[in-house]
Write a protein that binds this ligand. Structure first.
Ligand SMILES: Nc1nc2c(ncn2[C@@H]2O[C@H](COP(=O)(O)OP(=O)(O)OP(=O)(O)O)[C@@H](O)[C@H]2O)c(=O)[nH]1
Length: 330
């Protein structure tokens, strides 16, 4: 058995969709008992200290943590409190496993944010059942959280997720001195499309447009979201203006290639989109909201200059509005 944040039973690691369990205890013999209980059903990892647990958490996010209370240096309560303070780890359920049966200790554990408190010696079946209950609750909560971030019509991310990711990527780019691109996309004359073909056909059109846009985004870090009505938005981390304009033009072409008839459009006989691109370097100042507003200004520029095209801009916090690039797609 490997210990201290090494995968337990490496033959199991990564296989199937099994829950990932982290056991934190300074006593290898205690870990062994729990490992034997869960090794067949879970991917089990172990840490011999709070510090080792946090090191592990930099790499992986367990579905549940079984946490000892009395450990040298950082004790279980402190570990639990720290977990709950960080947005990245706050949702991981923690179960204290301890030989201290004092109700005061149990109360302290639950107040610290644990979901359960198991006293040793324990019955294996009971521990298994209590862990399974918490894993089920966690899975359901994860599903709800994921659903709350997805647009119901198109299946791409929704605006809430877009706003959250944009903020995260803005901060990441600021730390790394990298560029960040935002693309706003709006279906042209979509009101007329609805008016001619009906709302259901309009919905179907939006689904196809979303699918075409999503297919073109090839980096896993790129995010496409439905920003509202007939408007989509992308965040492209580590992307300069040249790359973002290439991407914007490719997105425009993808939608055009769907060849969805739109006889009432003044831009083309098929459904097209207008696209605004803005690229900034967050380390030089500004804000995610200002970058987004800049992309929106470029979208307006694309609409004003004939639609079915891409306009882009290097966003500067000092000189907003410089370097306007007009890149008609046809
Ligand atoms: N079918 C459908 N239509 C929607 C949805 N959300 C917004 N719309 C419609 O999208 C249309 C957007 O119209 P406008 O904002 O006037 O823009 P437009 O007609 O696309 O014109 P331009 O953007 O100027 O090219 C409205 O008629 C909305 O009702 C949706 O989920 N489904």
């Amino acid at each position: 058995m490997s210990i201290d944040s090494e995968p337990a039973g490496s033959g199991h690691a990564g296989q199937g969709n099994r829950p990932l369990l982290l056991i934190v205890d300074d006593q290898p013999s205690n870990i062994q008992v729990l490992f034997d209980i869960f090794k067949d059903d879970c991917e089990v990892y172990m840490a011999l200290s709070g510090e080792a647990a946090f090191k592990f958490l930099e790499q992986r996010t367990p579905d549940l943590i079984l946490l000892d209370i009395v450990m040298p240096n950082v004790g279980g309560f402190a570990v639990c409190q720290r977990l709950k303070e960080s947005a990245r780890t706050a949702e991981i359920p923690v179960i204290f496993v301890t030989s201290n049966s004092d109700p005061e200790e149990e109360a302290r554990g639950l107040v610290a944010g644990a979901v359960d408190f198991i006293v040793k010696p324990f019955h294996a079946t009971v521990v298994k059942a209590r862990v399974n209950t918490q894993l089920t609750v966690k899975r359901q909560a994860d599903q709800l959280r994921a659903m709350a971030m997805v647009d119901g019509l198109t299946g791409v991310a929704n605006r809430r997720r877009f706003d959250a990711v944009l903020e995260i990527e803005w901060r990441r780019a600021a730390r790394e001195g990298a560029e960040l691109a935002v693309i706003m996309i709006d279906v042209d004359f979509f009101k007329r499309y609805n008016d001619r073909f009906g709302h259901l056909a309009g919905d179907n059109c939006l689904q196809q447009v979303a699918g075409a846009l999503q297919q073109r985004l090839d980096r896993s870090s790129d995010l496409l979201a439905r920003y509202g009505g007939e408007e989509f938005a992308c965040v492209l981390p580590a992307t300069g203006l040249d790359g973002a304009l290439i991407c914007g033009n490719a997105l425009e072409q993808r939608v055009r290639a769907l060849a969805l008839p739109h006889p009432d459009s003044e831009a083309a006989p098929v459904v097209t989109v207008s696209i605004g691109v803005a690229v900034g370097r967050p380390s030089e100042g500004g804000s995610a909201a200002a970058l987004l507003a800049s992309a929106d200004t470029q979208l307006y520029c694309a609409k004003q200059s004939g639609r079915a095209r891409v306009c882009g801009q290097q966003f500067s916090a000092q000189r907003p509005g410089v370097d306007v690039v007009d890149a008609p797609a046809n």
